[in-house]
Design a protein around this ligand. Structure first.
Ligand code: SF4
Length: 429
């Protein structure tokens, strides 16, 4: 994804300038790597990269050190008589079979798990095979850094929209009021919103509208915002409850076109009735009148959106806060609307939208967004069970029942009922 000057690139294994994509996080920054005498002597962000436009963080800038680390594992290693030794790939795979086969034979595939890290998830070539391996092996449980990243959002999306990866994202290019909670795009280049030069876009919002950052720390993003609201760590859910309370209390709820697609609204009103801004002001550290003002601002701005990220996830009430971010966007009329919170379509295949092997019909649609499309309106929420054949759906439902302790909490959930969400009701029934 680069433009210009490719004629200056060095060949594989040669000294000179190389272009590379950092695999360490979803920002997938384009890197320019200088190699001299066979060693990495410099890494900087590639300004020609159409995706990252020169962004880089300390991790990406340090990849050369990792590459040159003498302790870095460069070939497969197995332990023989208590000592590690390098072996060929064939020998390594043989050893894997020797170790795994008896375990699977004795205890079943449920005794096996795996851990997939960021460099795998953000590598196109490797990522393609993850889903294939997991799907075909039948490994029922796997682990990833998501546990300390976005799982609360996965959970709330699953409960609301019927898909773990059905994340609505802020339409930052077209919004006029962006409320950022627990995110620092100045460092991360944006997470779960995926756009080139996010801070450039945020600067644009500030010029034509307003950017409010709600964060315990005055981050670099906060320092470039129109307003910074310091919040007591871990109280984002309380703040959002106060905002939701205000929306009901002051009769500000503006569902718009979403109204026929929602359930649980009365229950939501009940559960937020006790959470007035005056009650949560003390614990959040944000003045009650400012909380009420925030609710009013969101409703009175035609194109506005609340965006919550890792800070709203990695805390005691992460699932609640993640859910409430979407609830506030829905109640203020900023859901599935231009400049609001929208379901994008993948621009390319990724590990999260891969078809299940043998079920290629389940592949994601491609394109930018469901809005502004001349085609008839279609459901934008991806739903796996929708594409699964009968036998797999039954298996999926059984698995869902076994692994869904949160089903007990289903009595109160405000969720859009789209075509595929109805389908997912069958999935969770
Ligand atoms: S933000 Fe840092 S870690 Fe993430 S892709 Fe860019 S350079 Fe790599």
């Amino acid at each position: 994804m680069t433009t210009g000057q490719t004629n200056l690139l060095a060949g594989i294994g040669e000294d000179g300038r190389h272009l590379y994509t950092c695999p360490l996080c979803e920002a997938m920054c384009g890197l320019e790597i200088e190699v001299s005498d066979g060693r990495v002597v410099g890494i900087r962000g590639n300004r020609d990269d159409t995706w990252s436009r020169g962004h880089i963080c300390p991790k990406g800038a340090s990849l050369g050190v990792v590459h040159e680390d003498p302790d870095r594992i460069r070939r497969p290693m197995i332990k023989v008589d208590g000592h590690w030794q390098e072996v060929s790939w064939d020998a390594a795979f043989r050893r894997c079979t020797e170790l795994l086969a008896p375990v699977i034979e004795k205890y079943g595939i449920g005794a096996v798990t795996c851990y997939t890290g960021n460099p795998l998830a953000h590598s196109f070539s490797l990522g393609r095979y993850t889903g294939v391996l997991l799907g075909m092996s039948g490994i029922p449980l796997s682990y990833s850094p998501g546990t300390v990243d976005q799982w609360p959002k996965n959970l709330s999306s699953h409960l609301m929209y019927g898909g773990w990866w059905s994340f609505p994202v802020p339409d930052i290019e077209r919004t006029d009021l962006l409320v950022v909670m627990g995110a620092n795009p100045a460092a991360s280049q944006g997470s779960l919103l995926a756009a080139p030069d996010v801070m450039g876009i945020i600067d644009g919002i500030r010029k034509r509208g307003k950017v409010i950052v709600i964060d315990p720390v005055r981050t670099l993003t906060a320092s470039r915002a129109s307003e910074w609201l310091p919040i007591t760590p871990g109280t984002d859910a309380a703040l959002l409850l106060g905002v939701t309370h205000t929306l009901f209390d002051e009769d500000l709820v503006a569902l718009g076109a979403m109204a026929p697609h929602l359930d649980g609204l009365d229950r939501l009103r009940e559960v937020t009735a006790d959470w007035s801004p005056e009650r949560v002001a003390g614990v959040t550290g944000i003045d009650a009148e400012r909380i009420r003002g925030l609710a009013r601002q969101l409703v009175s701005t035609e194109r506005a959106v609340v965006y919550g990220r890792i800070g709203t996830c990695n805390q005691e009430f992460g699932s609640l806060a993640s859910w409430l971010v979407d609830v506030v966007n829905i109640l203020t009329g900023h859901f599935d609307n231009v400049g609001g919170s929208m379901f994008p379509r993948a621009t390319a295949w990724s590990v999260t939208v891969q078809p299940i092997p043998g079920l290629e019909d389940g592949a994601a649609e491609f394109g930018r967004s469901v809005l502004g499309c001349a085609a008839p309106r279609r459901c934008s929420v991806r739903c796996r069970c929708h594409a699964w054949p009968r036998r797999s759906r039954r298996r999926g439902r059984a698995r869902s029942r076994r692994s869904s302790p949160w089903r007990a909490t289903r009595s109160c959930r405000l969720r859009p009922v789209t075509r595929s969400t109805r389908c997912c009701r069958n999935w969770t029934r």
